[in-house]
Design a protein around this ligand. Structure first.
Ligand code: SF4
Length: 351
């Protein structure tokens, strides 16, 4: 997939016309970014126009009194942003001779400018290759690439950042960054994103796995438990043994294979010895394959499943009283968890 190209094409068709997108002036871009930090575009736009009108250059802003700056900010909230803005304008006037700094390290040294804002200014104004990572970007990346660690943890956020850097279009960082942010703001929105009419729907992990509502994961919001599933996929002639989950819990009423469930990972030998004990498979079955791990996400469960495939020449004793042998097509007609469907899609032995 060319992720960057897809979102840039989407952006060129759908982008909103906003005044800070028509300029390369770092002062105006910085101003817009600070205004938009905790503010919606519709609310921030009149303030942006008011500021650029009252203070056309950064030196005009630096020379204004703090009272006047705060007066212009009135109604926007989070007043520390206005104070930092004023302070940084004076830094630019005094330390950088009134010229907005042009390197990432100098930009991020300004008060009130964090990693995201520095990357936005550096890329939008100077086309420097720094990937922006804000809430919109976190959502898009974690959904499309399937980040299954909480994005409010160091690890999850680190994963998002490294994908963002890897996927950045180094030839067009400004356009790429604008595109991914706008894509998150308009298309891949937090609730009810427009997956049906999305250029990434064919490759998007969250869409494919039907976990759009769950991603991005937040550790503080929901305690997501690990669940390790070890399935015994037993084949007899053209049929596989399945059983219906009747007990309460995940997948009630759906069909899957005999399973060993655990909240911690289990060694292969232990899984096999469980199957032997529980189903006496060692005497009657040949182990033909152990699948790699399939990761799957439910709202409160992070699942990792492995499939142990066996073949038998006679109906095994554990299933004698149950006529639960079906072809894959018949099993799919009955209703199985998406995880099992994925397994069937990945193998074609039973077709
Ligand atoms: S398919 Fe849906 S979840 Fe995936 S990127 Fe598109 S809008 Fe977002």
């Amino acid at each position: 997939m060319n992720f960057s190209n897809s979102i840039i094409q989407w952006y060129l068709k759908h982008k909103r016309d906003l005044p800070w997108r028509d300029t390369l002036d770092p002062y105006k871009i910085w101003l817009s970014e600070i205004i938009l930090q905790q503010t919606r575009v519709e609310q921030g736009l009149p303030y942006y126009l008011k500021f650029t009108d009252a203070f056309p250059t950064i030196t005009d802003l630096a020379n204004a009194s703090e009272d006047i700056v705060l007066k212009h900010w009135q109604g926007l909230g989070y007043y520390s942003r206005a104070r930092n803005l004023h302070h940084s304008a004076q830094t630019v006037r005094d330390r950088f001779q009134g010229r907005f700094p042009s390197s990432y390290s100098e930009i991020i040294s300004l008060k009130g400018v964090g990693e995201y804002t520095a990357a936005a200014i550096a890329s939008f104004s100077y086309n420097l290759p720094h990937a922006v990572v804000d809430g919109n970007v976190i959502r898009v990346i974690s959904r499309v690439f399937g980040v299954l660690d909480p994005v409010d943890s160091m690890f999850g956020l680190g994963e998002v950042k490294s994908i963002a850097a890897r996927e950045l279009d180094l030839e067009r960082p400004a356009l790429h960054n604008q595109a991914i942010m706008e894509f998150g703001a308009l298309q891949c929105v937090p609730v009810n994103p427009n997956c049906r009419d999305c250029p990434l729907s064919g490759v998007c992990y969250a869409k494919k796995m039907e976990v759009v509502k769950e991603i991005p994961l937040k550790s503080k919001k929901t305690a997501v438990k690990n669940l390790f599933l070890y399935y015994a996929v037993v084949k007899y002639k053209n049929g596989l043994f399945v059983k219906r989950r009747d007990s309460e819990g995940i997948w009630k009423g759906l069909y899957d294979f005999p399973v060993l469930e655990s909240e911690t990972p289990i060694l292969e030998e232990q899984v096999l010895s469980f199957f032997n004990k529980e189903y006496a498979l060692s005497n009657q079955a040949v182990l033909t394959d152990i699948s790699p791990a399939y990761r799957h996400l439910l709202s409160h469960r992070k699942i990792e499943a492995r499939f142990f495939r066996f073949e038998v020449n006679n109906i095994p004793s554990f299933s004698l009283d149950k006529a639960n042998w079906f072809s894959v097509d018949k099993i799919l007609e009955k209703g199985v968890p998406r995880l099992i469907e994925r397994y069937f899609e990945a193998i074609n032995l039973y077709k």
